[in-house]
Write a protein that binds this ligand. Sequence first.
Ligand SMILES: Nc1ncnc2c1ncn2[C@@H]1O[C@H](COP(=O)(O)OP(=O)(O)O)[C@@H](O)[C@H]1O
Ligand SMILES: CC(=O)N[C@@H](CCC(=O)OP(=O)(O)O)C(=O)O
Length: 287
Amino acid sequence: MAGAVTYLMNTSELMPLIAREGMINVSYLIIKYGGSVVDKLPSEFYQKLAVIQKYYGIKPILVHGGGPMISSQLKQMDVTTTFVDGLRVTTDEVLDVVEMVLSGSINKRIVRQLHEHDIKAIGMSGVDGHLLQAEPVKEFRQIGYVGQVNQVNVSLLKTLLEQEYVPVISPLAIGAKQQRYNVNADTAASAIASALSAPLCFISDIPGICVDDQVIHSADQMTINRLIDSQTIYGGMIPKVKAALNALETGVPEVAILDGMNPASLEAFVNGECCGTRIKLKEVSHV
Ligand SMILES: Nc1ncnc2c1ncn2[C@@H]1O[C@H](COP(=O)(O)OP(=O)(O)O)[C@@H](O)[C@H]1O
Ligand SMILES: CC(=O)N[C@@H](CCC(=O)OP(=O)(O)O)C(=O)O
């Protein structure tokens, strides 16, 4: 017990227990972290997660990626892999590897990391309990078994959350005829955030959206489209910003891209403070 008290005093003191202006006022928080940081997150990140759960009373849901690990496994197997606009071309053979890497090794590794930090966690993919139901993306002829989520089993999620579990979700989904789909982890997280109308943060290996090597702390739809057109936003950042905008369009109150190497950013996001890049549909003018 003495340990628990010391821990509380050593974090952001008791401040967050009192609601402050700007602090997000929600029950759930969707946190997506990508393969770029999955094995690099410092222990303080998980400590902050515990603080958010235990002292802010917010129920986190983790959605993870693992793109680089899938690519390296495919390489070991001599299978060539390609991407179209940040989405992996997914054949049946690739799908097997995606499921093995994401729902097998990465998902369980994250669950163990959470357990090490005294956080009750349960790992599952979108296939389990029909958590994420999907249909093929419209470009399926070009990119194969890539899905877009059309339904989230919210009642299953809520049952787990009520039991104080943190769901750790790998982004595979199930279709109408039991077909599995590979879903980009950013879009899976966005669909879950929309289904729960909960804030969403993307934890990545960069401090936010960068322009000329500088982080921009806020970006609206118009700015994002311009940055995509000029190829200032490219690769894996494209599905991320598209997922962010889609989330905002479907009722998600707050979306940000945060730096996984800065554990303070998660708590700053919850407190409504400046951190990473906040995505907006339209920049609000203060004049
Ligand atoms: N304007 C940009 N600002 C920051 N990162 C960008 C930008 N455009 C593209 N990126 C790339 O996006 C990457 C993050 O996307 P991704 O690799 O898919 O990450 P994750 O695995 O965390 O989802 C960065 O490492 C960077 O290489
Ligand atoms: C369709 C599609 O591209 N799926 C992704 C799923 C993993 C993912 O999104 O991982 P990151 O978050 O690390 O990018 C893939 O196969 O790489």
